[in-house]
Ligand binder design. Structure first.
Ligand SMILES: NC(=O)c1ccc[n+]([C@@H]2O[C@H](COP(=O)([O-])OP(=O)(O)OC[C@H]3O[C@@H](n4cnc5c(N)ncnc54)[C@H](OP(=O)(O)O)[C@@H]3O)[C@@H](O)[C@H]2O)c1
Length: 394
């Protein structure tokens, strides 16, 4: 029996994780579930899965949450505030932590799970983008196992040889990692129309059903840029080891190309329950609830290269990856601020890349050696990004 904490249980990944867990209650039991403020969903999940603890990071919902818990007669211990996220991540009773909080808010609880040597199912890519080397060396030092949940990284993980040499592709007989991406909802949209794109249009991903932030990042392809940085850290890759390939059908989730000319691809329907089930059960396999691919229904199967003009955010992320760690940290922070401003209707779709570039262009690289320094760097970049938005609104 594996005991689980699910950070971000009320989100898209969190709900998909619980959907897999409910099929295997003989194998997984829930220790804690967390959310930011959605206490109604969290309490109903806690009741359904008999969780011992819930955490709501937003303390302002405390009174309402406690009143609802009492009226629902849920016997769960309720905690409030971000510190409690860390508590349920590193608790001795927990074997596995699903890290599925969106954005930088996930860094500290995910890092706490790493420090406690847990099996960490990593969906929260921003944590790794912000703190790559610190995060990975802490995992090594503390004996934490990191299993990728992002469908692309999970696919790469599945396609790697059993004896993969971290950081040395040629020693493993690999020539390239092919990171695929759909291109999002605006793959064919006339560039002239980009300035009028609305949040609702940008959130409507053609293949995947995801939270708002990652949906916008998929539309700008910043998501692929963050994934590029994530892949470098997860598998010890150099920038030139990875090629980004557009594959609009999202049937192949990524590939590994070997020196003998073989290419191994992982395929499946675009449904996050597959990588979640894979990581939960690894190295075993369990039912995920996902239907098998029906090859008689697969029509188009196309590949191309992403264009600079259409996806400037992708190329900003690749530039940050070449610059170094603090550039990735500040770009991630600026992007979170700018995506939130776009969702709030304060800036246009094109402004996301324009304001992200302003922050990256003015960044002076600094060496980040601790998580506290990473958070300081993130906060400073958020202030710069926020003031650029405020100036533009004056
Ligand atoms: N969705 C996907 O298919 C997918 C695929 C690959 C990777 N990922 C990655 O997985 C992560 C989660 O994505 P998602 O799509 O599941 O996001 P989501 O649907 O927006 O859910 C986010 C979760 O994080 C919680 N949260 C938000 N802000 C928080 C804060 N300040 N403190 C504590 N908890 C907070 C939310 O709680 P409330 O509900 O209370 O707001 C919710 O439970 C992201 O890093 C994303 O890049 C997602």
């Amino acid at each position: 029996m594996q005991t689980l904490t699910i950070l971000g249980a009320t989100g898209s990944i969190g709900k998909n994780t619980l959907d897999v867990v409910k099929r295997h209650t003989d194998k997984y039991q829930v220790y804690a579930l967390t959310a930011n403020s959605d206490y109604q969903t969290l309490l109903s999940q806690a009741k359904d899965f008999n969780a011992q603890h819930i955490v709501l990071a937003d303390v302002s919902v405390k009174d309402d949450a406690l009143a609802l818990a009492a009226s629902m007669k849920v016997t769960v211990k309720c905690h409030f505030g971000a510190d409690a996220l860390v508590y349920v991540s590193r608790h001795a009773e927990v074997d596995t932590v699903m890290a599925a909080i969106v954005g930088a808010a996930g860094l500290l609880p995910t890092f706490a799970a790493v420090e406690a040597g847990k099996r960490v199912l990593l969906a929260n890519k921003e944590a790794l983008v912000m703190s790559g080397e610190i995060f990975m060396s802490k995992a090594k030092q503390c004996g934490a196992t990191i299993l990728p949940i992002d469908s692309e990284h999970n696919a790469i993980f599945q396609c790697l040889p059993q004896r993969f040499e971290y950081g040395d592709l040629s020693a493993s007989g690999i020539s390239k990692i092919l990171l695929t991406g759909s291109g999002g909802p605006f793959l064919e949209t006339d560039l002239e129309l980009f300035s009028d794109i609305t949040p609702a249009q940008a959130c409507a991903h053609p293949n995947w059903d995801m939270g708002q932030k990652i949906s916008i990042d998929s539309a700008t392809m910043m998501n692929k840029g963050l994934e590029f940085i994530e892949a470098c850290w997860l598998f010890g890759l150099q920038n030139d080891d990875i090629e980004i390939v557009l594959h609009p059908q999202s049937t192949i989730h990524s590939m590994v190309q070997y020196t003998d000319g073989s290419v191994i691809a992982q395929m499946g329907l675009p449904d996050m329950r597959t990588p979640i089930a894979h990581a939960l059960a690894y190295p075993a396999r369990i039912q995920s609830g996902v239907s098998p691919l029906d090859f008689s229904q697969l029509r188009d199967f196309t590949f191309s290269t992403p264009c600079h003009k259409r996806y400037p955010n992708l190329y900003l992320a690749l530039r940050a990856a070449r610059m170094g760690q603090s550039a990735c940290t500040v770009l991630n922070a600026a992007n979170e601020v700018n995506v939130a401003a776009f969702l709030a209707g304060d800036i246009s779709f094109n402004d996301i890349a324009r304001f992200n570039a302003q922050v990256l262009d003015t960044h002076q690289l600094v060496k980040l050696t601790t998580i506290e320094e990473v958070i300081q760097c993130d906060n400073a970049a958020r202030e710069i990004a926020q003031s650029a938005i405020s100036e533009s609104l004056c």
